[in-house]
Write a protein that binds this ligand. Structure first.
Ligand code: NAI
Ligand code: CS2
Length: 490
């Protein structure tokens, strides 16, 4: 019998003090939930959210508006216990992307006006790692990208998140309005600094004095965000309907949630500590631990599991050999690269991750996690691997993960069934496989030479590249179980 705990939304509406870019599943299940809980506890109605999509999913924008900007979040502790939260803290939804007719910027004016308004004191973002248009390895702005090039050519009609931030800050500066604080909530290391990097580089292409002003006056605190929020499936929606939840904008997620935020908000912020948000001076230890242990493990499961036809995270960690690989990776290959937050019980944290991954009430598809690997793997595996290799460590799990990512990029699993390769560099991957698919050594060399993904020190490490090639051959010739055994029984 399912145990259901229901939490209705606050009945009052709130003034908009926050604009969010990236109205996705995670925003609805994480930041918006914290803010709903904050305002119900504090009675402070100054921090309502205007949430916008800059690309895709206009149906969600309009669906939320039609539903009076209320939706449900189903927080599953396990398959028998769920908390159903009604969220009402999103006060407005806007769309500035390209519509079905190819027109851009339906609500662009309204969005920029909202961002330039003095009442808006924080802008948060979940636009995915690729939404900042940064070279994943160097952090340089991808100024040749057509979207960024368009923002450089027409800065007052921005299409990208960095472009939106630059135009809104330019308007505030011109009007003598203090800047908002920019709080990135994407899975990137040093995400505040990376966001600043994108914004300042783009601003400099428009007006060097504006770029200098942004560098001097605008706060870009870092944050570590953690809550597993899979893309909704039909099965998720059917289960919610059984609980009496019929809104198409509902999301399902785990009960666990964490938000660690650098406390740098010159224009003020909600006092959200009472709702579990950890305000700290330095997010880096929390961020690196989470990105390498949780997300690094997720990406290992994604490529290795999907190649063997496994569909979800829970199904993958039900396999003893994949659990053994994660244990090896977390303790032997990732943990030595970490400066842990004070008081962290690493074994306990690693065990909690395996328990969270095993939450069978979530349909967390491996192929969703496999998306955008070129934007994710540098911070999840590769930056730690550089440090480990410099210390002379063997990294068989990381080598196997890279081999699996390269093989996954071929677009079919080990049995020849199609897998979804969704990545800004997908065309390049396909070209590499077309040229070198029959020559594994050349294929590995070609992927390892991608200096916008693989750090040069790792690309130059011939012994490591040989390990990747050996893992690739074992995976493709002998299968997943043999490849895993090579790591965990070595
Ligand atoms: P989603 O697919 O539901 O939403 C993605 C959002 O990003 C959409 O609003 C989309 O319009 C926007 N977007 C994508 N590419 C963009 C671009 N180039 N420019 C501007 N906007 C763009 O995905 P979800 O679950 O909301 O995740 C979004 C991000 O949140 C992740 O990439 C990650 O950085 C972060 N996150 C997600 C977690 C999860 O478990 N889903 C957990 C922790 C962090
Ligand atoms: C996942 C993350 O899709 C992915 O890349 O690894 O979204 C993961 O669910 C979150 O970071 C958990 O906090």
């Amino acid at each position: 019998m399912m145990s259901i705990t229901r939490y209705p939304a606050a009945s009052r509406r709130a003034a908009i003090g926050i604009v969010h870019l990236g109205l996705g599943a995670f925003h609805r299940a994480h930041q918006a939930v914290y803010l709903e809980r904050y305002r119900q506890r504090s009675g402070d109605d100054a921090w309502g959210i205007c949430s916008a999509n800059l690309r895709g999913n206009v149906a969600l924008v309009d669906g939320l508006a039609a539903a009076g900007h209320r939706y449900h979040v189903a927080e599953y502790t396990d398959s028998e216990n769920v908390a159903l939260r009604e969220i009402g803290t999103i006060e407005e939804t806007l769309f500035s992307g390209r519509d079905a007719g190819g027109q851009w910027g339906r609500d662009l004016d309204a969005l920029l006006e909202r961002m330039a308004a003095s009442e808006t004191r924080i802008v948060t973002l979940t636009v995915t790692e690729k939404g900042y248009f940064l070279n994943p390895a160097s952090g340089e702005l991808l100024s040749d990208d057509p979207m960024i090039a368009a923002d450089i050519a027409e800065p007052s009609r921005p299409r990208t998140a960095p472009g939106m931030l630059v135009e809104a800050l330019a308007r505030r500066r011109a009007q003598g309005v203090a800047p908002f604080t920019v709080l990135c909530c994407d899975n990137m290391p040093d995400n505040g600094r990376r966001t600043r990097n994108a914004v300042v580089q783009l601003a400099a292409r428009r007006d060097p004095e504006l770029a200098t002003w942004i560098e001097r006056e605008v706060a870009f605190p870092c944050s570590m965000v953690d809550r597993i929020v899979p893309a909704m499936t039909e099965r998720d929606a059917a289960r919610l309907a059984e609980l009496g939840v019929a809104d198409a904008q509902a999301v399902a997620c785990e009960a666990f949630s964490q938000w660690v935020v650098e406390d740098s908000f010159p224009q003020g912020r909600p006092y959200w500590e009472a709702d579990g948000v950890e305000m700290v001076d330095d997010v880096a230890p929390f961020e690196t631990m989470k990105l390498r242990l949780l997300n690094g493990s997720h990406s290992l499961l994604a490529y290795l599991g999907a190649l063997d036809g496994i569909a979800t995270v829970a199904e993958a960690v039900a396999r003893d050999d994949l659990r053994a690989l994660l244990h090896h990776y977390m303790h032997r290959e990732a943990a030595p690269t970490l400066s842990l937050p004070a008081g962290t019980d690493l074994s306990g944290y690693a065990a909690s991750l395996l328990a969270r991954f095993g939450n069978d009430s979530l349909q967390h598809r491996l192929q969703q996690i496999a998306m955008d690997g070129s934007q994710k793997l540098p911070q999840r595996w590769l930056q730690g691997a550089v440090a480990q290799r410099q210390a002379g460590a063997a990294l068989p799990a990381t080598a196997l993960g890279l081999a699996a990512w390269i093989r996954y990029a071929a677009g079919h699993d080990l049995r020849g069934n199609r897998v979804e390769v969704s990545d800004p560099l997908a065309a390049r991957f396909a070209d590499c496989h077309a040229r070198h698919g029959g020559d594994p050594a050349a294929l590995i060399d070609a992927f390892m030479a991608m200096d916008d993904v693989v750090p040069p020190a790792l690309a130059a490490d011939a012994a490591f590249a040989a390990d990747v090639l050996d893992a690739y051959r074992r995976l493709t010739d002998d299968g997943l179980a043999a490849a895993l055994a090579r790591v965990t029984h070595a």
